[in-house]
Design a protein around this ligand. Structure first.
Ligand SMILES: Cc1cc2nc3c(=O)[nH]c(=O)nc-3n(C[C@H](O)[C@H](O)[C@H](O)COP(=O)(O)O)c2cc1C
Length: 218
């Protein structure tokens, strides 16, 4: 009995570090340069913009993900480092976390890279509604309050970060309309649970999440 327990303990000692290594082994993803030409005329995209919750599990190609993130909050004026969405005092305080099946990444607009954060599938934790856990991409918009220097009050930090996040969300809506993708922005999130899963700092606040995927064929 004692021998069996020792063998089991030894096996666990070997297996556990390997599995925890696998869980954290997530490599950066260099995104292809965004395709910033073409797309649907703006007025047609506005006409098609809508929330979609019936989404298929089909993966989104990396090129489309790159285009989507650039549209969301990419750099459109490299000399000034300014972005496709405005932000109060140009704080650029909203970070876009990207939850994919293989793990959680942080979008780095400067390097056009997805930086690894967590080798875990946390899609289901990004929202209370079950479709979030099945859709290929969930964006989590997180405000870095530490970046909002000289804001007159904490209340104004809440207000500005909510406004700034809204512009990004609408950029994503319009891109999705143009690219034939479905999307829905979401506030119905267990923020405490998600912040814990994402290992966020105290000065990081989850504002909204947004689910993206190809519309499910009826
Ligand atoms: C701030 C905000 C929070 C939202 N939260 C959710 C949500 O948690 N879940 C959801 O299914 N839809 C959510 N929505 C989407 C709205 O329900 C949707 O925009 C509204 O019904 C209008 O539909 P439309 O986007 O197709 O015009 C949210 C929208 C906004 C702007």
């Amino acid at each position: 009995m004692k021998t069996r327990l020792t063998v089991t303990a030894c096996l666990l000692a070997v297996i556990l570090p390997i599995s925890s290594l696998l869980a954290t082994e997530l490599k950066p993803i260099k995104l292809p340069p965004p395709n910033t030409k073409g797309g649907m005329p703006l007025m047609e995209a506005l006409k098609a913009r809508k929330s979609t919750r019936e989404l298929s599990e089909k993966e989104i190609p990396l090129q489309v993900l790159s285009d989507l993130l650039w549209a969301a909050f990419g750099i459109n004026r490299p000399k000034e480092g300014k972005r496709t969405a405005p932000s109060a005092l140009n704080w650029q305080e909203i970070d876009i976390y990207v939850a994919l099946k293989q793990g959680l990444y942080l979008y780095n607009a400067q390097t056009n890279t997805l930086e690894p954060v967590l080798g875990e599938d946390i899609r289901a934790k990004t929202g209370v509604q079950p479709f979030a856990g099945r859709a290929p991409v969930n964006l989590i918009y997180v405000a870095d309050y530490g970046r909002m220097k000289n804001a007159p009050s904490e209340e104004l930090k809440d207000f500005y970060s909510a406004c700034d996040c809204g512009f990004i969300g609408q950029n994503v809506y319009l891109f999705c309309a143009s690219a034939g993708l479905g999307t829905v922005v979401r506030a119905w999130i267990d923020r405490k649970e998600l912040a814990k899963a994402m290992k966020l700092r105290d000065d990081q606040r989850i504002i909204l999440a947004q689910t993206i995927g190809y519309p499910r064929q009826k």
